[in-house]
Design a protein around this ligand. Sequence first.
Ligand code: PAF
Length: 282
Amino acid sequence: MIVTTKVQDMQTMMQQYRLEGKTIGFVPTMGYLHEGHVALIKKAREENDIVALSVFVNPLQFGPNEDFARYPRDIERDERIAKENGVDVFFCPSVEEMYPRPLSVQVVVKERVDVLCGKSRPGHFDGVATVLTKLFHIVMPTRAYFGMKDAQQVAVVDGLIRDFHFPIELVAVPTVREEDGLAKSSRNIYLSPEERKEAPALYQALQRAKQAIENGERHPETVCALVKDYIQANTSAEIDYVEIYAYPELKPLEKLRGKVIIAVAVRFANARLIDNIVMDVK
Ligand code: PAF
């Protein structure tokens, strides 16, 4: 596995692979790799000649009161996991390398951001879209891999790729879960043992919503209320939101029909958790 911290080296190397006609699968991450990331690496490994993985905790996508400084980091462990899972190129630039001077141009996301996490994290997806625009130009991938756990991010990246004509195929990979249903996340380590026991209630609530829809329920408010009640009854977490939209447009629906996302975000004492399911409603 080649490891580099330099934008120029990375770009030159990737350009060479493209000239050789190799397909490149790109897995952008903020590190502290877990099985969710490994699922992305494995999928990229199956589908491409070269797998590139980036580890970069992007300050631009953290708000002033968010956990940028506290975000877990362990680059040696990340390198080991990447290598074990067949990554060819490991790109881990510093903040200075990625942002050597204040940006004179920034990407602003206009659609699909005024709901779900975007609503409570103003500027977050502008930061994501900006760093991905940079990374896409550095890595020049054939395909880019993202986890469906952050379904809003997938929707935003879909818009970015289409609007800016990136010749990249977006691959959305299903959420990887613990045995008890809790979605894998770097932030799960912040849960107390008690909270960790409660956390699977998020997925259970989503499963109940799915069941209700399968049984004929079509009113978004009724489904949201069901999810909220279940989470409130089974956890000590504070609910940030429970919302249902058309997916990937993230537009509200009067009656459930077509592809929909049911998404939740809750706050435990030291961790904010998100989860969602996407389903086709006939
Ligand atoms: O999902 C993430 O880890 C980040 O938002 C991403 C896509 C690597 C951009 O910084």
